[in-house]
Design a protein around this ligand. Structure first.
Ligand code: 9PG
Length: 595
């Protein structure tokens, strides 16, 4: 690494990149060593009441070490921003790791509180002298969209393809972050991270390494076949920054690697380390009741499959899904088809040598549930005071489900008691579903807690109540704020015994249950696997009857799940599996990467 000063600028050069810090106004340029990739005039900024305030002239700089050939360069600079704010921008470059870490802190030097809407560690705007240079044409540029939660579609698309959003408001509430702007012509967005690449090679990755308090996203603006601006933004939710107070953005990483390594994998690797992701090995296998029995599942169905699965030595977990409970929210009262409750089933599963798993949606309550009726004060509400509808499902008693307030102390107590009871019943694998409902926009008991922080605190409460042993599988979960809290994570929408579905057209985005939608996300989110958690590609469907999947489609779903290295989960009534499909199953086991 080489450090020098040149024309008032501080320049750091490593084997892979060149960083230059400009003093007036405070900004930085990053390029690959061969200059084929360049981001020029990147400026930190703060959004106050919808107005972007950029850093002004650099006031001070603290740089260690100043010269020589260090392994790490850390540059801390300060600048005024608007009338009363000060920004502290910290840039860290490491010789060993290609890329740049960007930290931003805003302090209030004034006498009145300032509401902070967003913090932007970086914004490159052509209109303000910034520039983005990539080693391929605008037409070749592919933009990666991570998607907010487990079920949200993810993948690469060219900029000329307008990103789609659901036409149904309630689907948007489920699938999109409450703070990420909706895409439109000329505006592409990605939650948490994006990579810009051509089909030949990746170029730039921008992603947040921490996800502790604030939801965040990357946005790219384009006009007349040119990238006009790129920004990385943290939603500070109108945080009232008091005089002498300060506020930190989440940590941003900018990856530029001229060798063309996959920036998403490097981002996931670094983020997993930063957030102390618990990644168990080997990955695991199981059977889940959902895709054969749905809410009609009975205790007998589960018992029958425990018997049928016993000969498959390599299936570890048997997980009861939605359908055992009296109502969504009443997790410790039973559906009539489970007359003795779930404890005897857990015992039966365990005595047959399996791990016992159970499903619950901790933040959802049906309006017909006892919990919703007994505790109206626990519901997340709109400003107008109405409970927020978090899901509508005609298969559920009451159909309409509300969201619980994840910051209400009684809700947290109740969650802890519920989970501890299920643990005592013998379950040590919990599929926690519809988790986006714990991160909705609304009036919360602890209004000062940002959305992501509130969600994490509630999940941490569940983890604590569950104890150290259980495998927690997230589903329908906001991905960023879930990092570090789950062993496993669903990374796509539900699989189904059909390749594609017309429901996608009604919903307005390709997210309805189908093999195609599931496989797409298994492929496009593969780099997250074993870096942030174990990826759950959803169940493989091996049945021969009761399916519209062709032989090729069955093998495609199975091959994608297997090759992704993630969990291998079954959901067929095993008693009815043909011998050919049993042989296919044997080839999926043990999962890739299991010794
Ligand atoms: C149980 C299921 C299974 C499945 C989960 C999840 O938008 N929706 O109404 C919607 C309903 C169900 C759903 C996803 C979306 O599936 O992914 O594995 O556990 O819940 O109800």
């Amino acid at each position: 690494m080489e450090v020098r000063r040149s024309q008032g600028r501080l320049v750091v050069e490593t084997a892979s990149l060149v960083l230059a810090v400009n003093p007036d106004p405070l900004s930085f340029d990053v390029s690959s060593r061969d200059r084929s990739i360049q981001l020029k005039g990147a400026r930190p900024a703060v959004d106050v009441r919808g107005e972007l305030l950029y850093a002004g002239r650099m006031l001070g700089q603290d740089f260690a070490p100043v010269s020589g050939t260090p392994q790490t360069a850390r540059i801390e600079t300060r600048a005024r921003c608007g009338n009363s704010l000060e920004l502290t921008l910290t840039l860290v470059v490491e010789e060993q790791a290609p890329g740049l870490i960007v930290d931003l802190r805003v302090s209030n030097l004034g006498r009145v509180p300032v509401p902070i809407r967003r913090l932007l560690p970086l914004r490159v705007d052509r209109g303000l002298g910034g520039d983005v240079k990539l080693p391929f044409s605008f037409e070749e540029l592919l933009f990666y969209r991570m998607g907010y939660q487990s079920w949200t579609p993810a993948g690469y698309a060219p900029l000329k393809e307008r990103q789609r959003r659901s036409r149904l408001a309630f689907v948007r509430r489920m699938h999109e972050s409450p703070f990420t702007p909706s895409p439109r012509t000329g505006l592409q967005v990605s939650d948490f991270v994006t990579t810009l690449r051509s089909s030949e090679r990746p170029a730039v990755t921008l992603g947040f390494l921490t996800h502790r308090r604030f939801l965040n996203h990357i946005a790219l603006m384009h006009q007349r076949a040119e990238v006009s601006a790129i920004e990385a933004a943290v939603a500070a939710e109108e945080h009232p920054l008091v005089p002498e107070g300060s506020l930190e953005a989440e940590r941003l990483w900018l990856g530029i690697d001229p060798r063309g390594t996959d920036g998403l994998a490097t981002w996931a690797e670094r983020t997993g380390k930063e957030m102390q992701a618990p990644v168990p090995a080997p990955v695991g296998t199981g059977w889940c009741s959902w895709y054969e029995f749905f809410t009609g599942v009975t205790a007998k169905d589960v018992e029958r499959n425990v018997e049928a699965l016993a000969p498959f030595g390599s299936i570890e977990t048997i997980q009861i899904d939605d359908g055992y409970q009296a109502a969504v929210g009443d997790w410790l009262e039973w559906d009539p088809e489970f007359p003795d409750g779930v404890a005897p089933l857990a015992a039966r599963i365990r005595s047959a040598g399996f791990r016992a798993g159970i499903w619950l949606a901790p933040f959802l309550v049906s309006r017909a549930s006892r919990v919703a009726q007994d505790h109206p004060g626990w519901l997340l509400r709109s400003e107008a005071g109405r409970p927020i509808v978090a899901n509508i499902n005609p298969a559920w008693k009451g159909s309409i489900c509300y969201a619980l307030d994840p910051t209400h102390p009684e809700v947290l107590d109740w969650l802890a008691r519920t989970v501890a009871t299920l643990r005592r019943h013998g379950f040590d694998y919990l599929k926690l579903d519809f988790l986006y409902a714990g991160a909705l926009h609304g009036r919360r008991h602890e209004q000062a807690q940002p959305t992501a922080a509130a969600y994490r605190t509630a999940i941490e409460t569940i983890r604590e109540a569950a104890g150290p042993d259980p495998f927690l599988l997230g589903c329908g979960a906001p991905l960023g704020p879930s990092i570090g809290l789950f062993e496993g994570m669903r990374i796509g929408p539900d699989v189904a015994p059909r390749w594609r579905t017309r429901l996608d057209t009604i919903i307005g985005i390709p997210a309805a249950p189908s093999a195609r939608n599931a496989v797409r996300n298994v492929l496009s989110r593969a780099p997250l696997h074993q870096r942030l958690w174990i990826n759950d590609p959803d169940c493989v469907l091996l049945r021969d009857g009761q399916t519209r999947l062709t032989e090729d489609e069955v093998r495609t779903v199975a091959a994608a799940a297997f090759a992704s290295g993630g969990l291998i989960l079954l959901s067929d009534d095993l008693a009815h599996l043909s011998s050919e499909r049993q042989r296919l199953l044997e080839r999926l086991l043990p999962p890739l990467g299991t010794p």
